[in-house]
Ligand binder design. Structure first.
Ligand code: BYC
Length: 319
């Protein structure tokens, strides 16, 4: 049972759960248990932060993209990620929190964001690997979240998933080109897959038995599938794609199970996962420093926007 279900009015809680059971969305003005609201703020704000921090590893390659076409694709992708952050901050604000407070938590280093963005982008092939694997993992996760019980979050996911599909295709196209190129290019693609494979599996979160939030989220249909179920779905989709472009998944334990039709995979390094989540991954400090710098550099834009709003909003409301 969710932690504070007993402190909520039992009649309202029953109505709320009946609504979810009928697959009706919960909207901002509907009554909701405090625990549901808190879980959503936690998960959605982490998601918004991930989109914004996620711009950094790829942004690093915009000036070094190998052609104008690749540069335009990458620019559009990174800009999309900023948009995703904005949609999700907006939907989180419908739960009664202030976006500035959430951003302050990120800048103070007290908010989480996806572990995956704490790894470095060493070569151009990493841009292919991120689009293919990281956006590929995000699609698997977020297609399910597009059916989440909280309306504003679910609707944001519909649009985001459409854009993520484009991102995945541009990444897979880069990998296909490199894997089919010279011996050096093929090696570059394989090296990127070797470095991004395991962190991509970690994106889905801890094993189900170590996931403290899943009970609440599954019960209230924010999550429709568990962390392990989604991770398995991602592995099944991605192994076939790697084979199609002649790349090898860096997992000697990988094997197909004829009975379950799943690709079974080896043990994830959970120590590495928790190290990165707790702030000690290869790039955690660099990412936060870059976010803080960008926030400071943008102070004049916020001041100008606020001054504009102060000047024009009262007039707009009179009209
Ligand atoms: N990294 O109980 P659990 C993108 C934390 S960006 C860091 O299983 P839950 C893109 C978790 O927060 C897309 N922390 O949690 C952008 C919890 O800590 P707290 C990012 C992680 O919520 C740019 C604790 O571990 N996607 O697509 O049930 C370029 C225990 O975990 C991670 C989303 O944010 C992690 N990987 O499940 C390219 C999707 N995993 O809060 C691409 C939305 C777990 O209790 N989020 N933790 O202190 C979710 O679906 C779920 O929140 C998760 C975790 C599956 C991630």
């Amino acid at each position: 049972m969710p932690q504070n279900a007993t402190t909520d009015d039992p009649r309202r809680l029953a109505e709320f759960e009946a609504r979810i059971a009928r697959c009706k969305t919960i909207e901002p003005k509907d009554w909701m248990p405090e625990r549901y609201r808190k879980q959503l703020i936690r998960m959605m704000s982490q998601h918004a932060h991930s989109e914004v921090v996620g711009m950094l590893p790829e942004g690093n390659w915009i000036t070094r993209a190998p052609s104008l076409r690749r540069k335009m694709g990458l620019l559009a992708k990174v800009q999309d990620e900023a948009g995703h952050g904005l949609y999700i901050y907006c939907s989180t604000e419908t739960l009664g929190v202030d976006r500035n407070d959430l951003i302050q938590q990120l800048l103070a280093g007290t908010a989480k964001y996806s572990s995956i963005f704490n790894y470095p982008t060493l070569t151009w092939a990493d841009i292919g690997a991120i689009g293919w694997l990281v956006d590929g993992a995000a699609i698997v996760n977020q297609t399910m979240l597009a059916k989440a019980s909280y309306g504003p979050y679910a609707r944001a996911m519909v649009r985001i998933c459409k854009e993520e599909n484009f991102h995945k295709r541009q990444g897979f196209e880069i990998m296909t080109t490199l894997a089919g190129g010279t011996r050096e290019q093929h090696a570059m693609a394989q090296d990127a897959l070797d470095r991004w494979w395991w962190p991509s599996l970690m994106m889905f979160g801890p094993r189900d038995k170590d996931s403290p939030n899943s009970d609440d989220l599954l019960r209230w249909k924010v999550k429709q599938k568990t962390n392990d179920e989604l991770r398995q779905r991602f592995v099944n989709i991605t192994v076939a794609q790697a084979m199609a472009i002649d790349l090898t998944i860096p997992d000697p334990a990988l094997k197909y199970n004829e009975r379950t039709k799943d690709w079974e995979y080896g043990e994830i390094d959970w120590e590495e996962f928790w190290r990165v989540v707790r702030g000690n991954g290869p790039c955690n400090r660099e990412r936060l420093a870059a976010r803080r710098r960008a926030h400071d550099d943008g102070a004049w834009v916020r001041a100008a926007a606020e001054a504009y709003a102060a000047k024009h909003e009262p007039a707009a409301s009179v009209a």
